[in-house]
Ligand binder design. Structure first.
Ligand SMILES: [Fe+2]
Length: 296
């Protein structure tokens, strides 16, 4: 595979990680090696099986609708046909994490940046930065869901606006993305299910987030989430539970983020594992195995 071009290390929602050129590239599909396809196959099969009864139906059904399977790394252009017809989104191939504003601008334009390269076989279980498996397997299916797709666009548009308000609103927004798009849980008649891409693309966290007694599980409330710090180096201490994707969309447009930033201005952040008296607690975590510091 061609080598991705790192341009800088920046503090992002994944910690101090490389940020890549902002250029959108063509997915160099012909350059994937047999080993790359094999890595995709191994991860795809393992997660698809593990997520039965754990991921929400919208994720499982939409992933199937995309027509992807274990046999080969999907072509972005094939996925675009499904996305365009369902919700008007398209994928753009990128080298890796983008600078924040560039990322928001893509979302606002209904373009989802997907890292084109895939991890190597030694990184099957953990990789600190997003790769093709995380971005494509984890994020793309829910872009077929009209309400979630609208939420993602509204989030991007909110990010573009927040960039003009300074650091605090951007931090608030990053936490919202973290605890919803990446690590969100949803309540269903059959019990709690996963919809966050950071969880569905992780074998360990797919089990831990739902079945471990250690983490807190708390009802989603947008202001609460926007004040809450998080972990980038371990499983989360707290997961927030939505009732439906409408909850997310309402949080972005009704009210607009503007009054929320005003309400939150100057308030202390909340440590990742803390439960507040005002929380609607689904499960109070035992805290077993939690690191004592390192929330960001
Ligand atoms: Fe992600």
């Amino acid at each position: 595979m061609p080598t991705p071009r790192k341009v800088a290390h920046q503090s992002t929602d994944k910690g101090q990680v490389p940020v890549y050129t902002t250029a959108v590239v063509e997915q160099p599909w012909a350059s994937y090696s047999g080993q790359d396809h094999q890595t995709w196959a191994t991860l795809f099969r393992r997660q698809r099986e593990l997520l039965v009864g754990r991921a929400c139906d919208e994720f499982m059904e939409n992933q199937q609708r995309l027509g992807i399977g274990a046999d080969a790394i999907p072509k972005f252009t094939d996925l675009d046909r499904h996305l365009r017809a369902a919700t008007g989104w398209k994928l753009v191939a990128v080298e890796g994490l983008l600078p924040e504003l560039a990322f928001f601008e893509h979302l606002a334009a209904r373009e989802f940046p997907v890292t084109w390269w895939i991890r190597n076989p030694q990184q099957i279980d953990y990789l600190s930065e997003p790769d093709l498996f995380h971005d494509l397997f984890g994020h793309v299916p829910l872009l077929l869901n009209p309400i979630f797709a609208d939420y993602m666009q509204a989030y991007g548009a909110g990010g573009v606006r927040a960039a003009t308000f300074g650091n605090e609103p951007l931090t608030n927004l990053t936490r919202l993305y973290w605890y919803t798009v990446e690590f969100g849980l949803i309540r269903t008649p059959a019990g709690l299910r996963i919809y966050g891409a950071g969880i569905v693309s992780s074998k360990g966290e797919s089990i831990y987030s739902l079945e471990s007694a250690a983490p807190n599980r708390i009802d989603f409330e947008v202001r609460r989430v926007m004040r809450t710090r998080y972990r980038i180096d371990t499983f989360q201490k707290t997961y927030f539970v939505i009732d439906s994707f409408e909850d997310l969309f309402k949080a972005t447009v009704d009210p607009d983020f503007g009054p929320i930033y005003y309400d939150l201005k100057g308030l202390d952040s909340i440590p990742a594992g803390t439960i507040l008296d005002s929380d609607q607690v689904v499960h109070r975590g035992t805290g077993e195995g939690w690191a004592s510091d390192g929330d960001i």
